[in-house]
Design a binder for this molecule. Structure first.
Ligand SMILES: [Mg+2]
Ligand SMILES: [Zn+2]
Length: 202
């Protein structure tokens, strides 16, 4: 007797439905000053200008592992306007990101290369939420159940704009916050504790 063949192709409607019912949680991570050491000049942070200057901060790998075990996707969202301004090669940024993803369990990297400074309008340069919205759409992320962790006002405001909870890593830069973050923490390890265990267990 011939066996009935089960359909192997799901139609697109059922794919959409299954994605909608299984939204995931994410932690969106700013890069410079959160994952790696930012170079500082006059109390302002700058990105590494070579692979040698890219140094992952102590405790970051362990914090990423914990967040992954806790069921969070890890999505890096970084402004790299020097590329759009023509003062840094895109290839260097991509080399740095390959190394970052080799060392850390990052699920996705979103980069805004646009120059800002009124030279271009884009929907991805933080504080705009475009990078978070795109990752959420493509990975099926529930933004309300997700977090944005960053060390500048642009990160905090971006997290708010996307509807995430926000954690500010205070590096003492000469820069004021604009909106208030939900929480502050000294580093990513402390931020991971807040995300996984609540603010009382910092
Ligand atoms: Mg930063
Ligand atoms: Zn952009």
């Amino acid at each position: 007797m011939r066996r009935l063949k089960l359909p192997v192709n799901q139609n697109s409607q059922s794919l959409v439905t299954s994605a909608a019912t299984k939204l995931r949680r994410a932690v969106f991570l700013d890069r410079d000053g959160v994952i790696n050491r930012a170079l500082e000049r006059e109390s302002k942070p700058y990105p590494p200008r070579s692979l040698d200057e890219f140094e992952i901060l102590p405790g970051v790998a362990a914090a990423c592992e914990k967040l992954k075990r806790g069921g969070y996707l890890l999505v890096v969202a970084t402004n790299q306007p020097d590329v759009g301004r023509g003062t840094m090669a895109k290839e260097l940024v991509e080399t740095i990101h390959a190394e970052m993803c080799r060392q850390l369990p990052i699920d996705r990297v979103e980069v805004c290369f646009h120059p800002g400074q009124g030279k271009s309008a884009c929907d991805c340069r933080k504080p705009k939420p475009g990078m978070l919205l795109r990752a959420a759409r493509e990975l099926g992320i529930d933004l309300k159940e997700s977090w944005m962790v960053g060390d500048r006002w642009r990160d905090v405001d971006c997290g708010h704009a996307a509807g995430c909870r926000t954690i500010f890593i205070d590096r003492g830069y000469a820069e004021e916050l604009r909106q208030k973050p939900h929480f502050s923490a000294g580093n990513l390890a402390k931020a991971a504790d807040i995300i996984l265990h609540g603010p009382q267990n910092r």
